[in-house]
Design a protein around this ligand. Structure first.
Ligand SMILES: *Cc1c(COP(=O)(O)O)cnc(C)c1O
Length: 395
């Protein structure tokens, strides 16, 4: 059996998104900045996509800037809000310890430029506490950037509460909604969100395209200098086929969400229930306040990488927080942020199911993970010490 259970890393493009992309490659190849008809056709298409995307989050089309994806949107949002703050002498930013690196690394860069960053605790359940946000706010706070849903453990943050607090203090609120958009309902008005990052390849659109929503009146800084595309806020000829495919994918995701979510939640919970039967294991992150797709476990006495490789041999694509793309063996900063100790964090497994994942596939995953964990433990020195009482079980 082949099971793709890494939808948090990327999703398979939908048929509709692929067809749309090909159609625009073949038929609407003009440069949107050109004045002749085929250029203007592309421009019109872009504006339709902008409307479509804006509608999904209850924004207006003028508030949408197309980018190369989630990372660029995060960079541009944070750098722009920081520049607005610095102009008023406000150089304090509040975020959390478990943001995506596109956020954390941008913040680290700003710290070198004299900004101060407070990273809020996300507690054992992977949820920010609004009262702690309120306490962290200072006179010179210019930005609150907190992700909508975490990419590793899937926990959904109290965004409405955060938005309310930010608005009450007149502070810009940015949210990295890359994992949330297209999967759970988002309303930037209702939640007082001032800036939001999105990426198409996390909701069955193409890679290399995304958007930044910035509320009217928030001036964006250019990250890429050049032509006057995107109202002068993002130079470079627009990725018309990619943007059109993104709009279609997002519309489809938003339209089918209420229909697909309950089934996904049920399969997620079935997966959680099955994996809990493995002794000395634990679910990471709050069980209810999490994406319908996300299951993340720690298993004592094993290495996440070995688990992944053996699952791959069984046809299952999953992910482990413990190996990062740089090839370092540092455990996931997300799991450390929720208080998992290094040894336990190393034995982690993220399974992110899709809308089309079946009960049979879920059962196959459970059976396979049980088998592989038992196998790995059978020759793990760490496990032997735990079982003999030389070392103490944590989970
Ligand atoms: C995937 C992801 C990103 C990066 O998006 P790209 O389009 O791949 O650059 C940023 N934040 C979160 C939470 C993500 O899951």
């Amino acid at each position: 059996m082949k099971v793709y259970a890494d939808n948090a890393a990327t999703t398979r493009m939908s048929r509709n998104a692929i067809d749309t992309m090909v159609k625009y490659m073949e038929e609407t190849y003009g440069n949107p900045s050109s004045l002749y008809t085929i250029g203007q056709k592309a421009k019109e298409a872009l504006e339709e996509a902008r409307e479509e995307v804006a509608k999904v989050i209850n924004a207006s089309p003028r508030e949408i800037t197309f980018t190369s994806g989630g990372s660029e949107a995060d960079n541009q949002a944070i750098i722009s809000a920081a520049a607005l703050g610095a102009a008023k002498g406000k150089k304090h930013i509040i975020s959390t310890a478990f943001e995506h690196h596109a956020v954390l690394h941008t913040l680290a860069k700003l710290e070198k430029e004299g900004f101060e960053v407070t990273l809020l605790d996300v507690h054992e359940d992977g949820i920010v506490r609004p009262e702690e946000l309120e306490e962290a706010i200072r006179e010179d706070t210019c930005l609150i950037t907190i992700m909508y849903a975490n990419n590793e453990i899937g926990t959904i943050q109290p965004v409405k509460e955060i938005g309310r607090i930010a608005r009450a203090h007149g502070i810009i609120f940015h949210t990295d909604a890359v994992q949330a958009i297209g999967h759970i309902p988002i309303d930037v008005e209702e939640s007082n969100i001032d800036m939001l990052s999105a990426s198409a390849h996390k909701f069955h659109g193409p890679k290399g395209v995304g958007f930044l929503y910035a509320r009217k009146g928030i001036r964006l800084q250019n990250i890429i200098e050049g032509g006057a595309q995107e109202r002068g806020k993002r130079a470079g000829t627009e990725n018309v086929p990619g943007i059109m495919a993104m709009a279609v994918a997002l519309r489809d995701a938003a339209e089918s969400m209420s229909e697909t979510s309950p089934g996904m939640r049920a399969r997620r919970d079935r997966l959680i229930k099955g994996l809990r039967e493995i002794p000395h294991s634990a679910l990471n992150g709050n069980e209810e306040l999490r994406l319908p797709s996300n299951v993340n476990f720690c298993f004592e006495g094993i290495e996440g990488e070995s688990l992944l490789l053996l699952l791959d041999q069984k046809g299952i694509s999953a992910s482990s927080g413990s190996a990062c793309t740089s090839g370092s063996l540092d455990p996931s900063h997300v799991l450390l942020a929720i208080g998992r100790v290094h040894d336990v964090a190393h034995g982690s497994l993220r399974l992110s199911i899709g809308e089309d994942t079946t009960d049979d596939e879920v059962d196959y995953i459970i059976e396979s993970v049980k088998e592989v964990v038992a196998y790995l433990r059978s020759f793990s020195p760490v496990w032997r010490d735990l079982e003999s009482g030389k070392a103490k079980h944590i989970l």
